[in-house]
Design a protein around this ligand. Structure first.
Ligand code: MG
Length: 283
């Protein structure tokens, strides 16, 4: 897979929403970036906190937008959550507030989805959330079930505007029970480390590309990955001074990241040192 001659091994973990696409539309240049990775045998994985869809659904959606990748290139918080739970308590039971992506992943990892006395209450993204489920979940958590969140994103951008995210629904359960959820999605190292290992890369060979400081960049910084912030999603250059941490590199979009890599023969431009690379791109 890594036939990059003598160049150092490296690969990309790439956030999807705000990086590859916005709503139903591909962000210009994203397809060229992905094509470049494929032509140059650079390993990559699309990483999403959204647990609604299965990896196959995600791959099919990307193909419709013109990014033709296999499902092995998709890693969701639903998959990370199911793997984590199967590791913690093999063949356990879960009450699920969420949709197909999460249910499928749990089933694939030997979990039974139940509505009575579960080991875990698992909360993911979805549009089927209702108060009946919340009431049931609250009673299960107070009865000893562990509260797991696929992610804590407070909201998600949609075409029509912002909608409440998984974190908002989890907050309701936390407030009602006084129990804090354990979250698996970005920026949790549970998901980000699993994704790195899936690519077979070392920490300093891994580049996280994302549009959200609180998840993509924070997680990348905490894990010691190289980090690339794109301004094609939720973060604007003016937002950066508010944060105590910063990305190693920042570019308008994947189009400019493709240019940067192309100019360097698809070798990582941020070696030999992060400091030198920051100076080179003026961040
Ligand atoms: Mg994003």
């Amino acid at each position: 897979m890594h036939s990059n001659g003598s160049s150092p091994r490296f690969g990309f973990l790439i956030d999807m929403d705000g990086v590859l696409y916005r709503g139903p539309a591909l962000i210009p240049g994203a397809d060229r970036f992905v094509a470049g990775l494929r032509e140059n045998d650079i390993p990559f994985l699309f990483l999403t906190n959204n647990s609604q869809r299965t990896r196959r659904d995600v791959a099919a959606r990307l193909a419709r937008m013109g990014v033709d990748v296999g499902e092995e290139h998709v890693f969701t918080s639903a998959m990370a959550t199911a793997r984590f739970l199967a590791d913690q308590k093999p063949e356990g039971t879960a009450f699920v507030i969420g949709e197909g992506g999460l249910l499928t992943a749990l089933h694939q990892h030997g979990y039974a989805v139940v509505d009575h006395d579960p080991d875990y209450v698992v909360v993911g993204e979805g549009r089927t959330f209702n108060l009946e489920q919340v009431e049931a979940a609250v009673r299960m958590i107070l009865g000893g079930a562990k509260l797991i969140a696929t992610n804590l994103d407070p909201n998600c951008p949609t075409q029509a505007g912002v909608r409440p995210g998984c974190g908002a629904m989890v907050a309701m359960l936390e407030t009602a029970t006084g129990v804090k959820a354990f979250s698996v999605g970005k920026p949790s190292p549970v998901m980000m480390r699993a994704a790195r290992k899936e690519l077979g890369l070392r920490t300093d060979e891994t580049v996280m590309v994302g549009d959200t400081m609180e998840t993509d960049i924070l997680g990348g910084v905490q894990l010691g990955f190289h980090t690339v912030l794109v301004f094609s999603g939720g973060t604007k250059p003016d937002d950066l001074p508010r944060y105590t941490y910063r990305p190693e590199t920042a570019v308008p979009s994947l189009a400019e990241l493709a240019d940067l890599l192309e100019a360097n023969d698809w070798r990582p431009p941020w070696r030999p040192s992060p400091r030198a690379a920051r100076a080179a791109v003026g961040v």
